[in-house]
Design a protein around this ligand. Structure first.
Ligand SMILES: CC(C)(COP(=O)(O)OP(=O)(O)OC[C@H]1O[C@@H](n2cnc3c(N)ncnc32)[C@H](O)[C@@H]1O)[C@@H](O)C(=O)NCCC(=O)NCCS
Ligand SMILES: Nc1ncnc2c1ncn2[C@@H]1O[C@H](COP(=O)(O)OP(=O)(O)OP(=O)(O)O)[C@@H](O)[C@H]1O
Length: 345
């Protein structure tokens, strides 16, 4: 079933479906041809029977393979992997810039400045997380979440959409439940995030892409995806006050739960390349963002470390929400051979 190309994820999926359909057809045709040639050369009864049996099996398997590719998102994973691989070979990297911080330290405010003043492309991971929750989203987190948390987290109206405040109250006060939600949502968020990075880099040809990702350091290994990490920090008391002011629907203790559910900000600052301190007013923040953008545009703040990034991309794609199945093994093999090709250069 082909999806309608109505957003970056779907465009990438449709491209991936077309790509794998062509790839599988070429491989099958080549293999059939090879078997037929072998049989003709050897001329033996057993060989030619075996060859025709294998060719027929392959041809029969082809529609099945295509259906399973188009019904799943494995095709997208392979496309992302290959694009990443070839971008490294061409000497440019898909490595984006990570923008992080803790809750209410000002990531969205900085993103808005980057977008409006500097025309920078931003992938907003909170926005992705919200879209994932919709009943109509192709990655189908909605049904899994309702199964895990029950219908009490749904809005009472006819839409039956997820009430984010209700779900937040459950997961921010209980680390076990938070893990359950993260297990459902994070692989899907990651996949949409990667699709959007690829879309911006490859389709829109953007030089650098910023990714506003709140849990960059909390998600194991994710930091290696980024060539550069910028953290937005505020002093804890100011952070709590800004959170309470922005989200009046939350009680003081719910605000504290949300802050405590994340890694301490100081640790994040230590692990980042650039820190934008947001203890002052908006004008002060604007001038700090200006300094940050100058460093990034000059390019001298980027780290090397493509190998680490490459290993991570491969691991992220294999360990997706479908588990390490047969397709994961195939992808590992693909990654291994592409890696060998690079090593030989
Ligand atoms: C729990 C949900 C429904 C609350 O929605 P709500 O609109 O009230 O908050 P919002 O999404 O704007 O999140 C605000 C901030 O909370 C923090 N936060 C969100 N989810 C988590 C989490 N699982 N663990 C720790 N902090 C989180 C982030 O700093 C985020 O920027 C929502 O955040 C969600 O679906 N979270 C799970 C997905 C996720 O991890 N998102 C974070 C992006 S990686
Ligand atoms: N320099 C500033 N001066 C005054 N208010 C600010 C400043 N920076 C941010 N704020 C306000 O603080 C609140 C939190 O900021 P923002 O939403 O940008 O944080 P965030 O890190 O994106 O939060 P979240 O993690 O929840 O997505 C907002 O209401 C914002 O308007």
């Amino acid at each position: 079933m082909f999806l309608q190309p109505n957003d970056e994820l779907n465009v990438a999926i449709v491209l991936a479906q077309i790509f794998t359909t062509i790839l599988v057809s070429i491989i099958s045709a080549l293999l059939c041809n090879r078997f037929a040639n072998r049989a003709a050369v050897c001329g033996g009864y057993i060989q030619s029977s075996l060859a025709s049996l294998l060719s027929t099996t392959l041809l029969l398997l082809l529609p099945f393979l295509l259906t399973s590719f188009t019904d799943s998102h494995h095709a997208l994973d392979i496309l992302i992997l290959l694009l990443h691989h070839y971008s490294l070979r061409l000497g440019s990297s898909l490595q984006p810039i990570g923008l992080t911080g803790s809750i209410a330290t000002g990531k969205s405010t900085v993103s808005n400045l980057l977008r409006s003043t500097y025309n920078q492309p931003i992938v907003d991971v909170d926005k992705i997380a919200h879209s994932i929750l919709l009943p109509s989203h192709p990655l189908k987190a909605y049904s899994q979440i309702v199964k895990a948390f029950g219908s009490t987290i749904l809005n009472d109206d006819s839409s039956r959409t997820i009430n984010r405040t209700a779900l937040g109250a459950v997961i921010f006060s209980d680390a076990g439940k938070r893990r359950v939600l993260n297990k459902i949502t994070h692989p899907k968020i990651r996949r949409c995030m990667l699709s959007q990075i690829i879309y911006n880099k490859v389709v829109k040809n953007e030089r650098q892409v910023w990714v506003d990702v709140p849990l960059l350091f909390e998600s194991p290994g994710l930091r290696y995806l980024f060539g550069l990490i910028v953290v937005v920090s505020t002093e804890p008391e100011l952070q709590r006050k800004r959170l309470e002011k922005r989200n009046p629907e939350l009680t003081s203790s719910q605000c504290v739960d949300r802050i405590n559910s994340q890694m301490p900000l100081l640790e994040k600052v230590k692990m980042s390349h650039i820190c934008v301190n947001n203890d002052g007013g908006i004008n002060d923040l604007q001038s700090k963002v200006h300094t940050c953008v100058s460093r990034v545009v000059n390019g001298n703040a980027f780290e090397k470390g493509l190998d680490k990034a490459k290993i991570l991309w491969v691991a992220m794609l294999i360990c997706n929400d479908d588990g390490i199945g047969a397709f994961g093994v195939k992808m590992a093999a693909l990654a291994y051979f592409t890696g060998m090709a690079v090593a030989r250069r």
